[in-house]
Design a protein around this ligand. Structure first.
Ligand SMILES: [Zn+2]
Length: 479
């Protein structure tokens, strides 16, 4: 996540680095780009999709399914039929593409009356969130209590913010939604994200072509209303320049900033790193996650060099062990970013790509950072720290003896919505990939918010508010 201050006079200056993406590749990407301009829905039209799905059952003439968004609050799936259906349970199944788990909402239907039922999915309450730009695959089943099941075809839709008339540029499975914005600039942002993802995939030796799903907002006023419903996020004291939503591939960007391409690269790295990590059992250390994002941000305009030089002179660098999460004071945060970038750059440039790939692989397996570093580099964090300090002419540090250095798992996820008005039943139809009837109990069913922890720490210190221990608890209502 990239943040800037709204009211503070402090401005983060980033220094320019050489863009390593070659013009050849850029040209190739441009040529390969398939551009589609679509004026989507008018401001008042909230229909996301309408399907008439014919059944293969002689008694089912058709079910009309309308999907309507009340963005950002909810999505409604309205099912209707001309005549009664000989079934008793209607089950909506859906999956946010990129995530693994299938969500299920069921309700009883009256087999003696025509069907007219709505299943409402909350998308922006305090315990759930689906970002604009997310692609949702959905289908439904109707069944009898004896488990006779009719299953519909799968459809998909892209959740969009209905307040604006969006254009979209697609490049294979990647896309960018934007409005009232220069077409070429939007195209460049998508291209930059794709190239960054490719660069990261090469660095990680990772074969992946997960979709990048960008939505570009033009001002903080537009953007702040659609952010995750933590009250802190919507305060005016901070501006979110970009946000990456874990496995969904959704990246939200603020397009009116000079460093938009830098932020694009930064957030794309978070997405690529998330893909490479898989479902690790604890958060990736901030120094590695943010350091890598800034290492790959070839258009960073920060003045890390000056801040680092000052910290070396004052002997005020952070021990790497203290950068599992970032500090809260603004000056400290800037130093933490700069130091993390320097450490990651040192790891990659001094030791080469191979041990870095081994580091990623070890983390992917769930190894603790110390074990992963030891396996990859033969060094622990403390030794890495001092090697790095030596390389930049900083004073080395003495080891800090701790009884345990294992970080506590800290929730960074936003659960997928729950609909208390429907009930959830085990389905016998278990052939859907990743389909689960243990609703929302799996971490994989949640949307991780990259940088969320940093953001909270950052905010809490700035605003001097009580640190919340609010977690990703989901209130499950069993009916
Ligand atoms: Zn970040």
């Amino acid at each position: 996540m990239r943040l800037i201050y709204f009211l503070s006079s402090r401005i983060i200056h980033f220094y320019q680095l050489r863009n390593k993406i070659t013009y050849k590749r850029t040209l190739k990407a441009i040529l390969a780009l398939t551009i589609i301009f679509i004026f989507l829905l008018s401001g008042n039209n909230r229909l996301l999709a309408q399907n008439i799905i014919e059944g293969d059952d002689g008694d089912i003439k058709y079910i009309n399914l309308s999907v309507i968004t009340q963005f950002p609050e909810s999505i409604e799936f309205n099912f209707s039929s001309e005549k009664p259906l000989p079934y008793e349970v209607l089950t909506l199944k859906y999956k946010i593409l990129g995530t693994k788990a299938t969500q299920v909402e069921s309700l009883l239907i009256n087999q003696y009356e025509s069907l007219n039922e709505t299943i409402k999915i909350k998308t922006n309450n305090s315990e759930s969130y689906i970002p604009p730009g997310a692609e949702i695959e959905y289908w439904y089943e109707i069944s009898t209590m004896r488990k006779n099941i009719f299953s519909s075809l799968k459809k998909s839709l892209i959740l969009t913010d209905q307040r604006y008339d969006w254009k979209v540029i697609k490049n294979q499975n990647d896309y960018i939604y934007y409005h009232d914005y220069d077409d070429k600039s939007a195209e460049l942002i998508l291209e930059k994200a794709k190239n960054t993802y490719t660069d990261m995939s090469e660095l990680f030796a990772m074969k992946s072509d997960n979709s990048i799903r960008i939505t570009l907002y033009n001002s903080w006023q537009e953007l702040k209303t659609i952010l995750p419903p933590r009250s802190e996020v919507q305060e005016n004291s901070l501006i979110t320049e970009g946000m990456s939503f874990g496995d969904t591939g959704v990246i939200i960007l603020l397009g009116n900033k000079d460093n938009i391409l830098g932020v694009t690269m930064h957030e794309t790295v978070h997405f690529a790193f998330r893909n490479a990590m898989g479902s690790v059992s604890w958060p990736i250390p901030a120094w590695l996650n943010e350091g890598l994002a800034e290492y790959a941000n070839t258009q960073s305009n920060g003045n890390y060099a000056t801040i680092l030089a000052q910290a070396i002179k004052n002997n005020s660098l952070f021990p790497i062990t203290s950068l599992t999460t970032f500090p809260g004071k603004p000056d400290d945060v800037i130093l933490a970013y700069g130091q993390s970038k320097s450490i990651v750059t040192f790891l990659i440039k001094s030791y080469g790509a191979t041990p870095f790939q081994e580091l990623v692989e070890n983390l992917h397996k769930g190894n603790h950072i110390d074990i992963a570093l030891k396996n990859a580099y033969g060094l622990n964090r403390f030794e890495i720290d001092n090697d790095w300090r030596e390389s930049i002419g900083a004073k080395k540090i003495a080891p800090i003896i701790k009884t345990s250095s294992l970080p506590t798992s800290i929730p960074q996820s936003i659960p997928i919505p729950s609909n208390p008005k429907t009930f959830q039943i085990p389905s016998k139809n278990s052939n859907s990939e990743g389909s689960s009837c243990t609703f929302r109990s799996s971490n994989s069913s949640e949307i991780g918010l990259t940088g969320g922890l940093l953001f909270l720490l950052f905010f809490h210190n700035v605003k001097a508010k009580q640190r919340t221990t609010k977690t990703n608890k989901v209130n499950r209502k069993k009916l």
